[in-house]
Design a protein. Structure first.
Length: 225
């Protein structure tokens, strides 16, 4: 491990900060507790909390969502494994497997549009994953070409960057007993009900359909209007 390396939780050596967006950050890190040390991805969320009474609820909901994702990631090969999670100074961290490979967005950008039979094969696999997730009460909420990786070793499509926890932690105000969610980080691949904080299982299917159109045509949703 390089000298003066920044450590998170006295364990994870930060190798690279991928991006900072709204209230979240993504780190590439090295788990120094593993022998040999293991590469991982750490997502850090720092929600915009204005009222003290929200903090306890956010903590509970984060832990529940992280536990659920950790459990389901252990039994499905199309999901990166969630190793653990921790909370430090009102920042919520999710530690997960680093998936090596090329995203579908990168594949289209570098190789051109995909053949219909290849798109069909990807969709069949991902629909099976979504069926499993929805049976477990989990909605991905962030399906788009850049969040599907073809794993380098076996080209298995992997769903990454769940939007579940980000939505839980997007609380910025309190309206009665209902948290109000930030809509600043929405994307063109989500349906209207999800943009207003009311995702349903069909929301994932909508996003996957738009993803399929992109794979076949190279056109983003805004290009279709």
């Amino acid at each position: 491990m390089p000298k003066a390396q920044i450590l998170l939780d006295n364990r994870y050596a930060i190798l690279h900060i991928e991006r900072i967006k709204n209230f979240s950050q993504v780190f590439f890190a090295l788990d120094t507790y593993q022998n040999p040390a293991r590469n991982c991805v750490i997502k850090a969320f720092r929600p915009m909390v204005q009222k003290p009474q929200i903090a306890h609820r956010i903590r509970q909901e984060f832990c529940q969502a992280a536990d659920r994702l950790k459990r389901i990631s252990l039994v499905n090969q199309h999901l990166p494994q969630i190793y653990t999670y921790f909370i430090d100074s009102q920042t919520y961290y999710l530690v997960q497997e680093l998936v090596e490979g090329k995203t579908l967005k990168e594949k289209v950008q570098t190789e051109g549009n995909l053949a219909p039979q290849e798109v069909r094969a990807i969709l069949v696999k991902l629909l099976s994953v979504l069926s499993y997730l929805h049976q477990q009460g989990v909605i991905h909420q962030n399906i788009q070409p850049k969040n599907i990786i073809l794993r380098r070793d076996d080209r298995v499509p992997m769903l990454i960057n769940f939007g579940t926890i980000r939505q839980v932690l997007a609380t910025i105000d309190f309206d009665g007993d209902r948290p109000v969610l930030s809509l600043k980080d929405t994307c063109n691949y989500i349906p209207a009900e999800q943009a207003f904080g009311k995702p349903i299982p069909a929301s994932d299917l909508y996003s996957l359909g738009l993803t399929a159109i992109y794979l076949l045509t190279g056109k983003n949703p805004l290009d279709l209007t």
